[in-house]
Write a protein that binds this ligand. Structure first.
Ligand code: SF4
Ligand code: SF4
Length: 318
């Protein structure tokens, strides 16, 4: 392994819900607490993080950006106010073309090229193809045997793993278990943090990685059996739905409600998509297709109910 990824990272998405100055303070507090990797999947998130890190020596932390094309990289360089991004994650499912990124790597604008994917089969195939140095994928204590097998295969190729959604999209409550488990399988968790109290819970585990002892294991197993059926990875393998439902959106709506910007969630388009959940004909196709054996119908219904409450709270269109 090249040790491209620091042990623990901070993701920028939930910061978009904060005032820019609060987001900058959070990023700075994270750096001071030992977090060495900052991941942005939008230009706004990059700007907010950069403001918090502006007076820190650039060699003391690493930047990771999710890019859809080589052209987008220059926007990230400007937003982060830097001359290089340590890890550029090609954020696309299918049709991978890292050629433009390779050129940027040659001239030192990129340190390493990674792939961000929600599909387990893509993650393993691309790692084994040798095209990427880092794979970023949803990974947390709810990982099933198939995901753990994938982790082993990816790592056997010398490819490092950034674990996105280390708190299972908000289902998991303990950063102690998350860090202990993910570090034990050789993955670097990238935490989305919105509140200072969340960061304060996380930071002690960064400086002093908790041991995965019997007590912690038994806690993790208990939580796994309680939560495993509720965690959708957003892979889309259950699509298409004959009723036209956007299943990865509907099955993860609760995660979005807890972490992403509110405006897109209360848009007419999102509301229209969520209304389609009521058209489920119960064919069961989604559940046959889901490799994680999720009860997709129940999951989308529960998320649609939560979404209705959310709309009412935020004066949405319903
Ligand atoms: S059971 Fe409902 S949600 Fe699943 S594929 Fe069939 S119509 Fe779509
Ligand atoms: S329900 Fe299953 S197959 Fe569909 S997106 Fe979620 S994890 Fe993937």
């Amino acid at each position: 392994m090249k040790n491209i990824l620091p042990a623990v990272g901070l993701g920028g998405t939930p910061m978009l819900r904060l005032e820019a100055s609060d987001a900058a303070s959070l990023a700075r507090e994270a750096f001071d607490g030992g977090i060495g990797l900052f991941h942005a999947d939008s230009i706004s998130a990059a700007e907010r993080m950069a403001a918090g890190l502006s007076d820190v020596d650039r060699s003391e932390y690493k930047l990771m950006a999710s890019v859809r094309s080589a052209d987008e990289l220059s926007d990230y360089l400007a937003a982060f106010a830097t001359d290089h991004i340590d890890i550029a994650l090609l954020a696309t499912d299918g049709g991978f073309d890292p050629s433009g990124l390779e050129e940027l790597k040659t001239i030192g604008r990129i340190g390493a090229i990674g792939l961000e994917t929600r599909r387990l089969s893509d993650a393993v195939r691309e790692a084994e193809r040798g095209a990427f140095e880092v794979i970023a994928m949803p990974l947390n204590c709810l990982a099933c045997d198939e995901e753990l097998e994938a982790v082993s295969r990816i790592r056997a190729c010398g490819v490092e793993i950034a674990a996105l959604e280390p708190m299972a999209g908000g289902l998991w409550q303990s950063p102690v278990g998350a860090v202990a488990f993910l570090r034990s399988i050789g993955a670097s968790p990238v935490f989305g943090v919105q509140y200072m109290w969340q960061l304060e819970q996380l930071l002690p585990t960064v400086k002093d990685v908790p041991a995965l002892d019997d007590e912690l294991w038994s806690e993790i197993h208990g939580e796994r059996s309680r939560l495993a059926a509720s965690y959708c990875r957003g892979c889309g393998e259950c699509m298409p739905c004959p009723a036209g439902i956007d299943l990865p959106l509907a099955a993860r709506m609760g995660q979005f409600i807890d972490s992403v910007e509110i405006e897109p969630l209360i848009s007419a388009d999102t509301e229209r998509k969520m209304r389609l959940v009521g058209r489920c004909v119960g064919c069961g196709r989604c559940m046959e297709a889901c490799r994680f054996h999720l009860p997709v119908r129940e999951l989308i219904r529960a998320n649609a109910e939560r979404y209705r409450e959310f709309l009412r709270e935020h004066g949405g269109l319903e």
